[in-house]
Design a protein around this ligand. Sequence first.
Ligand code: ADP
Ligand code: MG
Length: 267
Amino acid sequence: MHAPRIIALANQKGGVGKTTTAINLAAGLAADGFRVLLIDIDPQGNASTGLGIGYENRRRGTYALIGEDVPAADLIQESSVPGLSVIAADTELAGAELELVMSERREFRLRDAIARIGGDYDVILIDCPPSLGLLTLNALVAAQAVIVPLQCEFFALEGISQLVRTVNSLCKSLNPGLKLEGIVLTMYDRRNNLSELVAADARGFFGDRVLETVIPRNIRISEAQSHGQAVMVYDARSSGSQAYKALSEEVISRLALKTGRKGKKQG
Ligand code: ADP
Ligand code: MG
């Protein structure tokens, strides 16, 4: 069986581009023929909405999956992007941090649920909430790789050391296979010296763990989300679309992602 590669998008800061990167990386991979599932584990549910799954057309979702052991097959729905499936954030997810504290194997709920999904997907992306609580922990225990979006803004690097410590400690305990695969610089503004400074700082500190692709600040990216679409569907020629396409290519080669789809070339 072809086991999926599981990638978490995490950063305990809000507004840094986790959800945007989850949506558009997922769409880029789907466009390349990968079978992609996005699991929205952020109670805010922005990844679900941003992929055209509003509250009115939403099935039950990630809480049912990890809190009630509902089979994934009953929760998975198609998004506005062909080939990209989603398990949406359901409203009960907001209470999950507290509720799961009492449950058995509380850090493993998501990993266990994903193990039951089987070989239908090549890649599973998990969009994390802006905290290092139990939901993010579930994502980091389920994942093999973490990608950290870093906004090119003041204090960008602040707080990232906490995340790195968490990843390192998980490597020594609950999830030895976990790797910090990359830091993605987001909302880069060429006209702003600060962006350049933050990028240089990040590269100085993290070296080649900073991905080469830089995501520019581009209004089409946020417009696309408000229309429930990935930017490459909404405006394929925009700088945002091109950047996320490049990012997917870089992630495919860096993580050596492969599709188990029949008739599709491998790697
Ligand atoms: P997070 O998930 O880390 O909280 P989001 O991905 O939701 O962050 O991004 C925060 C806001 O910034 C959203 O409104 C999003 O549309 C916008 N945004 C993200 N990336 C870009 C970008 N490259 N250019 C313009 N707006 C962006
Ligand atoms: Mg988000």
